[in-house]
Design a protein around this ligand. Structure first.
Ligand code: NDP
Ligand code: GDR
Length: 378
């Protein structure tokens, strides 16, 4: 039985990857951070009481900023594969916490590589590093491939650039099986609520039920290549099953603006939104409502009217330096790994909006029962 160690197992990708590897028969170990409240929501469905026999998922307290702890966990688990997904992964937040981001996202990678070397596991343990399309930053060429030069535009991307190169260096210097997946944005119903897609699908569902009035966003013109996390974790595993370690771009090859994503999300609920105005004054207004869809989905028709403003711009969500356009070229992964994504953007939006509508309906029931619901719109 193969053993895998996942840092960041409590995050979006960690949860999908753990499920994927357990289905493949792996024994899965995950590093979770100590928190004052439970932070394992995304993997609770995979978790069994460790006192039971035959448990395949094991969690260890740890942090990428603590070498001693990484050394101990790697020594105890002796993994065949390490997936380093742990990171302070929010680009905007990295401008607020640049030093911490550099420590966890940059030096954290080095700590793992050194632990493997010190423990004499360089010939046994294969390492996947969660690199990112944010490395491309300021557009040099499109579509972006493994050969496109990097120009990082945030403390997050600069930290990830260190992670990228230290992986390449240890591969070349010590012959380690270490590779970078340069993954473009990937989303899902368990995407963190402050990333733009999930922020949109949550808000759209709440607006359709009359639980929220307006969705405030930043740069509506940013373009992203959005895929589904489920497809992307399969690619991570494929990268570690090759004869020779290499770096791969994982993307859909299709790019979409934030504005268009908003329209698709409202459209899923039968609400047509049109944008007008410029920059800070741009807004999204309801121009059509599909009454039948509203009925089918049990939405609140009274809360929706023509001409209603449902999206506004708040410059506080702008970034000091922005990445305007990402579009990836996944040809290498398709040719060498045989990677074929199952989801397109429409299927992703449908899944996310319907999942968030269910959550919003729970909120609606709680509200009707006189209970307070969380209304944090960041
Ligand atoms: P999430 O933000 O959902 O998850 C991040 C995970 O890292 C969480 O489990 C978090 O723990 C953990 N973590 C944060 N800081 C530390 C630390 N100091 N030590 C140990 N663990 C830590 O990210 P995703 O799942 O979306 O992304 C996974 C990885 O892939 C990240 O490295 C991200 O930068 C990278 N990436 C993501 C892309 C995407 O579009 N999703 C695209 C390209 C790269 P906790 O739950 O306690 O906060
Ligand atoms: P990104 O994802 O920065 O690409 O990083 P995010 O969803 O945060 O932003 C995408 C684009 O949307 C614009 N935007 C907003 N973003 C947020 N979060 N909130 C808003 O209100 C808002 N309005 C507009 C942003 O300016 C940006 O252009 C994600 C993370 O998962 C990284 O860890 C990962 O490496 C990259 O994807 C690939």
């Amino acid at each position: 039985m193969k053993k895998a160690l996942i840092t960041g197992i409590t995050g979006q990708d960690g949860a999908y990857l753990a499920e994927f590897l357990l289905k493949k028969g792996y024994e899965v170990h995950g590093v979770k951070r100590r928190s004052s409240s439970f932070n394992t929501d995304r993997i609770d469905h995979l978790y069994h009481d460790p006192h039971e026999a035959g448990v395949k998922l094991h969690l260890h307290y740890g942090d990428l900023s603590d070498s001693t702890n990484l050394l101990r966990i790697i020594q105890e688990t002796q993994p065949d594969e390490i997936y380093n997904l742990g990171a302070q992964s929010h680009v905007k937040v990295s401008f607020d916490t640049p030093e911490y981001t550099a420590n966890a996202d940059g030096i954290g990678v080095l700590r793992i590589l050194e632990a493997i070397r010190i423990l004499g596991l360089a010939n046994k343990t294969r390492i996947y590093q969660a690199s990112t399309s944010e490395l491309y930053g300021l557009v040099q060429e499109v579509p972006q491939s493994e050969k496109t030069p990097f120009y990082p535009r945030s403390p997050y991307a600069v930290a990830k650039m260190y992670g990228y190169w230290i992986i390449v260096n240890y591969r070349e210097a010590y012959g380690m099986y270490a590779c970078n997946g340069i993954l473009f944005n990937h989303e899902s119903p368990v995407r963190g609520e402050t990333f733009v897609t999930r922020k949109i699908t949550r808000a759209v569902s709440k607006i359709a039920l009359g639980l929220q009035n307006v969705l405030y966003l930043g740069n509506l013109s940013a373009q992203r290549d959005w895929g589904h996390a489920k497809d992307y974790v399969a690619a991570m595993w494929m990268m570690l099953q090759q004869d020779v370690p290499e770096d791969f771009v994982i993307a859909t090859g299709v790019t979409t603006t934030v504005r268009e994503f908003v329209k698709l999300a409202f459209g899923e609920l039968g609400i047509e939104v049109e944008f007008s105005g410029k920059n800070e004054n741009e807004k999204g207004v309801i121009i059509d409502i599909d009454e039948q869809r509203i009925m089918e989905l049990g939405l609140n028709a009274d809360a929706l009217r023509f001409g209603q403003t449902v999206v506004k711009v708040d410059p506080k969500y702008y970034r000091p330096t922005e990445v305007e356009l990402l579009i990836g070229d996944p040809s290498k992964a398709k040719a060498k790994l045989g990677w074929v994504p199952q989801y397109d953007l429409q299927a992703l939006v449908t899944e996310m909006v319907l999942a968030d509508l269910n959550l919003a309906k729970k909120d609606e029931h709680l509200k009707q029962g006189g209970f307070k619901t969380l209304n944090y719109f960041e």
